[in-house]
Ligand binder design. Structure first.
Ligand SMILES: NC(=O)C1=CN([C@@H]2O[C@H](COP(=O)(O)OP(=O)(O)OC[C@H]3O[C@@H](n4cnc5c(N)ncnc54)[C@H](OP(=O)(O)O)[C@@H]3O)[C@@H](O)[C@H]2O)C=CC1
Ligand SMILES: CC(C)(CO)C(=O)C(=O)O
Length: 314
């Protein structure tokens, strides 16, 4: 039974959008929402500098300079929502730095890939309206000050906590002012799983083989392991109580995305090339951990997790 919501728990459509994580995804949203209506949350303990400027290339190739102020204390009551666009391993800690300052009714929308970070956040603040987003938008930052909207996609959002049930339409109305395609997804867990499977089947192979998404498809290392990997994903879904697709179907889905994004550098390959921490613990690492909790030894997922960690000395 959803928890009762207070009157003020409905986000205003014309309020500010707060963004935690001023990386590629955070900057895409900041550049897309109406000018002057977004604020970045500065890292705790840092003095917010003057409004942040960066170059943004939209999906048509046009360039613009985007100016986003850092949120001040008096901005917080005027906020309609908080978009969380940190990487999965940073998300819980980043939110802990800010949550006590945020109105209790403020919708918090999580953009992380993979699985596990969303559950950590929802378990930490079950009384708050927390939602997950799954997005196929593509954004990257070739240099620190330059963000590119590289692929037009679709974003789905759905509630993770009871307090978020029923607020989706107001939030959608607000975020639709960005012009980005966004829709409600009542079964956001299923959507998260679908994305998890795609990421589990593409990202570690591209990182280990140091190749573009499409190039994994002919590689012996991929061909040697993909069927066993899909079988493990199918087993885990069944153990979770979901109606799993067959492992053959899972492989088809993975390969359709690898072909559709053939020239892309996956986020995990990009992270390993830059020696940044990857999201492996929330993708194949999550699958391995969850399997263990449910009595399954998911050896291919474990092996891929270990190999990716070696690449970044993690
Ligand atoms: N980019 C994309 O196309 C897509 C991304 N996603 C998901 O969205 C999430 C974000 O991805 P992306 O934008 O590419 O990642 P980035 O690494 O570009 O951005 C993450 C940002 O979070 C900031 N950050 C980390 N910790 C804190 C903190 N404590 N307080 C404030 N800011 C913090 C980082 O700061 P700093 O730069 O200082 O380290 C960085 O700017 C990931 O989970 C990704 O998988 C999903 C689909 C597509
Ligand atoms: C779908 C895919 C693999 C596209 O590159 C992705 O989500 C990622 O790189 O993390």
């Amino acid at each position: 039974m959803p928890a009762p919501r207070h009157q003020e728990s409905t986000p205003a459509n014309n309020g500010l959008t707060l963004i935690l994580g001023a990386g590629a995804m955070g900057r895409l949203w900041a550049a897309s929402l109406p000018a002057g209506q977004t604020r970045f949350l500065a890292r705790a303990g840092t003095t917010p500098p003057a409004p942040y400027h960066y170059q943004f290339q939209n999906i048509h190739g046009d360039h613009q300079t985007v100016e986003v102020p850092f949120a001040q204390a008096n901005d917080l009551p005027k906020a309609s929502c908080l978009l969380v666009a940190t990487k999965a391993p940073d998300t819980l800690a980043a939110l802990k730095e800010h949550v006590s300052e945020l109105p209790h009714y403020l919708p918090i929308l999580l953009f992380q890939n993979g699985m596990g970070s969303q559950q950590q956040v929802a378990a930490q603040w079950p009384e708050r309206p927390i939602l997950a987003a799954v997005t196929t938008e593509g954004a990257n930052r070739p240099t620190h000050e330059f963000t590119v909207h590289a692929g037009k996609g679709q974003t789905w959002l759905g509630p993770l906590t009871d307090a978020a049930v029923g607020i989706e339409s107001k939030l959608l109305e607000h975020l639709s002012t960005s012009g980005l395609a966004i829709a409600s997804e009542p079964n956001i867990q299923q959507r998260l799983w679908q994305k998890l499977i795609i990421n589990a089947g593409i990202n570690p192979f591209t990182a280990i083989l140091n190749c573009a998404n499409g190039d994994i498809l002919q590689h012996p290392f991929y061909l040697d392991h993909i069927d066993a990997l899909c079988l493990e994903l199918q087993q885990l879904m069944a153990a979770e109580g979901m109606v799993p697709k067959s492992s053959i179907e899972l492989r088809k889905n993975i390969e359709a995305v690898a072909r559709a994004t053939a020239a892309n550098t996956s986020s995990m390959r990009a992270d390993t090339l830059h020696k940044r921490p990857t999201e492996i613990d929330f993708i194949n690492g999550y699958v391995t951990r969850r399997g263990k909790e449910l009595g399954l030894d998911l050896a291919v997922n474990r092996m891929l997790t270990e190999q990716v960690k070696i690449l970044t000395n993690d």
